[in-house]
Design a protein around this ligand. Structure first.
Ligand SMILES: Nc1nc2c(ncn2[C@@H]2O[C@H](COP(=O)(O)OP(=O)(O)O)[C@@H](O)[C@H]2O)c(=O)[nH]1
Ligand SMILES: [Mg+2]
Ligand SMILES: [Zn+2]
Length: 276
């Protein structure tokens, strides 16, 4: 039978197949091949003796959290408490896109905004949508459900952004704890936080704090540049323009003309400088 590993505790692998869980062990063969089954792996297994027989090729794998075959990431981004950080959002976008993970931005706490603040957020949402990124809010559950259908997803976002609340909204049975304080305490108590995928209809969602390490050091300048989708459509006089110090750069012109969001450009420059 074929299934998906949703949880690993010591040497027990939980394999979900047709809505049923099987607690399996892995064959010694994997240790030989230096191949460790990961949460998210699609495996062939023996449902009678509960042994994992084979691991299907991965589409990708992340290290922190350790997880394989991620289609999309829900980038949970609060607009207040904690305040909106476009720097963090853009960084998460770079990490997703460079790992071939489809980003889905979910803005939260819109209800805490004044009217003028709301208009600002709306124009930010419009911009990200325009450059081809999926954007929704935690109030549009219907849209969100459509966006996550048949996918394996990770949640990412700051503590207090509303990740657990969002999962609870999707699935009332989950009952995840939802406040900063309990989470902060929990983090201290459980030093090893293992990754677990929970099955929601046809989707699997990783209950993790997301990319615990938001560092770009494994990327090159070109990797970063290519994740800024709106820059790629612009042709500059220099074929390999880095859009930094070149005297003639059409990206920089578009930033001046407010066709490219200023914070996007500034974050691009910051990320490139972080590599040095
Ligand atoms: N006003 C408001 N509060 C929210 C919203 N989403 C979550 N919260 C609150 O924000 C706090 C942190 O939420 P939680 O889900 O624990 O965040 P997490 O750390 O990302 O899992 C909790 O007190 C939630 O009730 C929202 O859309 N609006
Ligand atoms: Mg939480
Ligand atoms: Zn340029």
């Amino acid at each position: 039978m074929e299934g998906k590993i949703t949880r690993i505790v010591s040497n027990l692998y939980r394999v979900n197949s047709n809505d049923k869980d099987f607690e399996c062990r892995a064959r010694g063969k994997f240790r030989h091949d230096k191949l460790t089954p990961l949460v998210g792996d699609i495996v062939e297994f023996d449902p009678i003796n509960c042994y994992i027989l084979d691991i299907k090729p991965r589409i990708n794998s992340l290290e922190r959290p350790t997880i394989a075959n991620i289609d999309s990431a829900l980038i949970v981004t609060s607009v207040k408490k904690p305040d909106l950080s476009l720097n963090l959002l853009d960084k998460e976008l770079v990490l997703c896109i460079s790992n071939n993970i489809e980003p889905i931005i979910v803005f939260t706490k819109i209800d805490l905004l004044s009217k003028s603040e709301l208009n600002k957020i709306k124009s930010i949402m419009k911009y990200y949508t325009k450059i081809g990124i999926k954007v929704t809010t935690n109030r549009s559950l219907y849209k969100l459900k459509r966006l996550i259908k048949n996918k394996t997803l990770v949640l990412t976002g700051q503590t207090g952004a509303g990740k657990s609340s969002l999962l609870n909204k999707l699935d009332k049975n989950l009952n995840l704890e939802t406040n900063e304080i309990s989470e902060a305490l929990g983090r201290g108590k459980h030093t090893t936080r293992h990754v677990e995928l929970f099955n929601y209809k046809s989707s699997f969602i990783a209950d993790t704090p997301g990319f615990s390490s938001l560092d770009l050091t494994n990327l090159s300048k070109d990797d970063i540049k290519s994740t800024f989708k709106e820059f790629n459509k612009v042709s500059c006089p220099y074929k390999d323009c880095s859009h930094t110090n070149e005297s003639e750069c059409n990206v920089k012109k578009l930033v001046k003309n407010k066709k490219i969001m200023k914070s996007r450009y500034e974050n691009y420059i910051k990320f490139i400088k972080e590599l040095k």
